[in-house]
Design a protein. Structure first.
Length: 312
């Protein structure tokens, strides 16, 4: 472990085995609302920011976009351990922060205030903190910084950019919505669509119907989620997963369903929107997090108060 990283182990939380757990790393600005503090950091510099954080270290930070998602993941752990106390396939949450350990005390205190089961707080002084993700076995990284997300994706870690917003997601079960192309699946059909239009894309899909689609950046995370979900019957599962895609069910849905079947990934519900806005269906589902590669879809989700994460 390089000198530039200082890890604080949370002794209040049972430590997980990263080789078996689903490790999720969140940055402080993804899990808490630090917009005012971030503005202070940009305008007045690091010293002023550190002074502010130390002066307010006992004042809990308000929840951020990924907060409800982390809480719901905690609920899943509780349900899994009720079924099998020896189970090791659990969510393991760590916070990755560019704060120094001194200014990071407020982050630790905020997590404790809300009863968040965060196993590690990693305070990194390096410009690129994503270099530590692989060493912690991270399977999903959520950040409010676009450069972070692009760096993590380049390192082969499933990653998405969260936008700060007020979140009122109900607590349970954990509901995760995935877009299809360029998120769960590769963007091969998107490329055909860009080059040859809708007719070309439909033709391509028909020709390739029997061939499973390539993997998208979030496939590994979705597969691990699916594995955890299989520990329960469908009625009792604390995890629900959804596919909400711009594809049409008639012309382009078959290959998507066949691909999921080929992967052995069971999705609870699939919606083929045929290009219609996704906001209304997302408002109905009320997910804890929605992953999409289209910024217009992210905006539509945010308009209806759905916590959203963009996969660039």
């Amino acid at each position: 472990m390089a000198e530039a990283e200082s890890t604080v182990i949370n002794t209040d939380v049972k430590q997980k085995d990263p080789s078996e757990a689903l490790v999720i790393a969140v940055t402080t600005r993804a899990i808490f609302n630090l917009e005012e503090e971030h503005k202070l950091y940009l305008e007045k510099g690091k010293e002023e920011y550190t002074r502010h954080q130390q002066a307010n270290q006992d004042k809990p930070l308000p929840p951020g976009t990924a907060f409800a998602f982390i809480q719901a993941a905690q609920y899943v752990n509780k349900k899994i351990l009720e079924t099998n106390p020896a189970e090791k396939d659990l969510f393991d949450i760590l916070v990755l922060s560019n704060n120094s350990p001194e200014s990071g005390m407020r982050i630790i205190n905020s997590a404790k205030h809300y009863g968040l089961e965060i196993s590690k707080f990693c305070f990194v002084s390096d410009e690129d903190s994503t270099q530590y993700l692989k060493s912690h076995g991270v399977k999903l990284f959520l950040s409010a910084d676009r450069t972070d997300v692009c760096n993590a994706l380049r390192r082969g870690v499933s990653s998405a950019l969260v936008f700060q917003q007020e979140v009122h997601a109900p607590s349970t079960p954990l509901r995760v919505v995935f877009d299809g192309d360029a998120v769960l699946f590769s963007d091969e059909t998107d490329q055909v669509f860009r080059d040859q239009g809708l007719e070309g894309a439909v033709e391509y899909e028909r020709a390739m119907e029997a061939v499973p689609m390539g993997e998208g950046p979030l496939k590994a995370f979705a597969m691990h989620l699916g594995k955890m979900r299989k520990k329960f019957s469908q009625e009792k599962s604390p995890i629900r997963t959804y596919l909400v895609t711009a594809r049409s069910g008639r012309d382009m849905g078959i290959r998507a369903i066949k691909t999921l079947r080929e992967w052995g990934l069971a999705i609870d519900e699939a919606f083929f929107m045929d290009g219609a806005p996704k906001g209304p269906i997302l408002a109905q589902i009320q997910p804890h997090i929605f992953f999409d590669d289209g910024l217009h879809n992210i905006q539509g989700a945010r308009d209806v108060g759905v916590p959203s994460a963009w996969v660039p």
